[in-house]
Design a protein around this ligand. Structure first.
Ligand SMILES: Nc1ncnc2c1ncn2[C@@H]1O[C@H](COP(=O)(O)OP(=O)(O)O)[C@@H](O)[C@H]1O
Ligand SMILES: [Mg+2]
Length: 589
């Protein structure tokens, strides 16, 4: 990411501290990992020292007993290194996973409480990727920092040993270090670049897959398989191209590093070998030198890698903390009064509401009073603001101007929970969870009696078809469950509303997605639901409107008339037109 590092320095420090803060609950684990690391970090230079000792004091001195001891020592060192390294990597990585789990939990808890406008369709993908992928980068932060520090220690230890062994030789071999560093950085950049490209291409492939499979009916109906195959072939081809490039750079990088290593080794052997022959250093010192030099490669590579991971983690952290902090992203504000489970009166006074970025208000000065026991029907052309008006009652959105009073108090004064538990909302887009039928009907309750569920299902005319399902009330519906028709789905949501037993009911074109046949049953279920409750019904059928106590006609965000069917036919030309166009097709009863 090309960004001004100077400017972001403080920001990054803050981000890093905050990311690392997520590891606080796992202090003990982190400490264990660090101790394990401190224990095995000196083993790398120690191996060098041991080689020197073996060459000079054992091999050249031809001392077989000490050689045995040295072999034991060598094995012991390698076993220790293995054990401590395992502890460190295992503990650190599993801690990372635990932190990942915590962060996902916190993010989910925050996101699920965000106000409705955040869940506009365009934003859902973004919210998902915060929880799914960005946090993964963040959890890597602390392990990377620790790896970074560890490799610096190893590097210092090895370089120190090399200088101690032979400063002259060390000077000449370390001077080639920048030459060795260059390909590491060069290829590192290339490999990362193609890694990023691969992610992008992969998501391109995913988009085509998702679209084609979910739109398969349309594709087949238009006999458009060839075009879709071509579209997929393009994305698929791009992905392969990027991966092939990546393989090329990854393999070239390894081989170039071999050459650089061989070159450096040859140089050291030449200079060092001459010095051994001249008697300036011992053969053991030269072998120890070489052992240390070979081990230098790993820390250099890993320092580069962990630096990159830290950068990536910080980029992810920025996006994650964005959700946690952003001033516009606040958990819904609510009042403290608990709304009692009864309905007296609902008053809208001069409500004005504009959706974010919308050019004109969806509601423009709406005033309306709903009294206890009334059935109020709202009619109007599509886009006139009916849905928006009822969505203000559960505070899915907040009006920018005007007040809504419920039972004499502004709705903002109530706790959201008590307010929403008093409302029953049934709309045309039904949603069932991927759970048993009974769980869906009793949704939101921990404890419930089966008789209540059955009674609700019976009143919603759902009992009979539930009993025909393979496991009755225990059958799973929704995404991965039993397939049911739109009308049956709607009857289940009505049973759910009956079970909730709300004093105020809001029906938003609850039957508009259904065919006439299932609509008739659903309509009867709705009648049962409305029994003894106050209801606001957004209607598109004459039968619903005729039974209303009051009909409200909306147009372009305004209420243009209220009255009974007869009155409105006389006084309101729009109502007359709607009646001719929309309601007339309803079944005669
Ligand atoms: N989520 C939204 N974001 C922006 N504009 C919206 C949104 N929902 C509805 N609108 C707009 O608000 C107006 C009223 O919509 P709505 O209340 O859904 O009308 P109705 O239910 O009467 O068909 C329309 O102009 C619509 O385009
Ligand atoms: Mg609507």
């Amino acid at each position: 990411m090309a960004r001004n590092t100077e400017l972001h320095y403080m920001g990054n420090r803050h981000l890093l501290r905050r990311s690392v803060g997520f590891f606080a609950p796992y202090k003990l684990r982190v400490v264990i990992a660090i101790i394990a690391m401190l224990l095995y970090a000196p083993i790398a230079p120690a191996l060098g020292w041991l080689t020197k000792f073996i060459t000079d004091d054992v091999l050249i001195a031809k001392d077989i007993e000490t050689l045995k001891l040295c072999i034991y020592g060598l094995v012991a060192l390698i076993v220790f290194k293995g054990i401590f390294q395992f502890c460190q990597v295992y503990v650190m990585n599993t801690t990372g996973i635990l932190v990942l789990k915590d962060m996902r939990r916190d993010l989910f808890n925050k996101i699920v409480r965000l106000p409705m406008p955040f869940f506009a369709e365009s934003e859902i993908g973004m919210l998902m990727s915060r929880i799914v992928s960005d946090v993964v980068a963040v959890r890597q932060c602390l392990p990377s920092v620790i790896m970074f520090v560890r490799q610096i220690f190893t590097l210092v230890g090895l370089v120190g040993t090399v200088i101690y062994l032979d400063a002259y030789l060390a000077f000449w071999s370390l001077i080639v270090m920048p030459v060795a560093l260059y390909p590491i950085i060069f290829f590192g950049k290339k490999i990362r670049k193609y890694g990023r490209k691969m992610q992008a291409e992969l998501s391109g492939v995913n988009v085509v897959l998702e679209e084609s499979f979910s739109g398969i009916k349309v594709i087949k109906a238009f006999a458009n398989e060839v075009r879709e195959s071509a579209r997929f072939a393009v994305e698929n081809g791009n992905l392969s191209k990027v991966i092939i490039r990546q393989i090329f750079y990854s393999e070239t990088s390894s081989r170039v590093m071999d050459f650089v290593g061989a070159g450096a080794g040859a140089t050291v052997l030449w200079i060092g070998g001459s010095r051994v022959i001249d008697g300036i250093i011992t053969p053991g010192e030269l072998t120890a030198f070489l052992v240390c030099l070979i081990q230098l490669y790993e820390p250099i590579k890993k320092i580069n890698m962990s630096n990159h991971q830290i950068q990536q983690g910080l980029a992810g952290a920025e996006r994650v903390f964005d959700i946690f902090d952003s001033p516009e992203i606040q958990i819904e504000e609510e009042g403290t009064t608990v709304l009692k489970h009864e309905f007296k009166e609902l008053v809208f006074s001069d409500i004005k509401f504009t959706y974010p970025d919308a050019p004109r208000p969806a509601l423009d000065g709406v005033s309306l009073t709903v009294k206890a026991g009334q059935r109020v029907a709202i009619v109007g052309p599509s886009g006139s603001g009916k849905t928006t008006l009822v969505n203000l009652i559960p505070r899915f959105y907040n009006a920018q101007q005007g007040e809504i009073h419920l039972n004499g108090m502004p709705i903002q004064e109530y706790t959201l929970r008590s307010l929403r538990l008093c409302l029953g909302l049934v709309s045309q887009d039904t949603f069932l969870f991927n759970e048993a039928v009974k769980e869906n009907i009793a949704y939101g309750r921990d404890e419930y009696a089966m008789e209540d569920v059955k009674r609700a299902a019976e009143a919603a005319f759902a009992h009979d078809f539930i009993m025909e399902m393979p496991k009755g009330y225990d059958s799973v519906v929704g995404e991965g469950g039993v397939k049911i028709s739109g009308g049956q789905k709607q009857r289940l949501t009505i049973a759910r509303a009956i079970m909730k037993n709300p004093p105020l009911l809001i029906l938003d074109e609850a039957t508009s997605a259904l065919d006439t046949e299932s609509e008739r049953v659903v309509q009867r279920a709705l009648e049962n639901l409305m029994q003894g409750r106050t209801s606001i019904v957004i209607a598109h059928r004459l039968s619903t409107i005729l039974t209303a106590d009051m009909i409200v006609v909306m147009e372009q965000g305004k209420i243009i008339a209220t009255g009974t069917h007869k009155e409105l036919l006389q006084s309101c030309p729009l109502y007359d037109r709607l009646y001719q166009m929309q309601f007339d097709d309803s079944y005669a009863e």
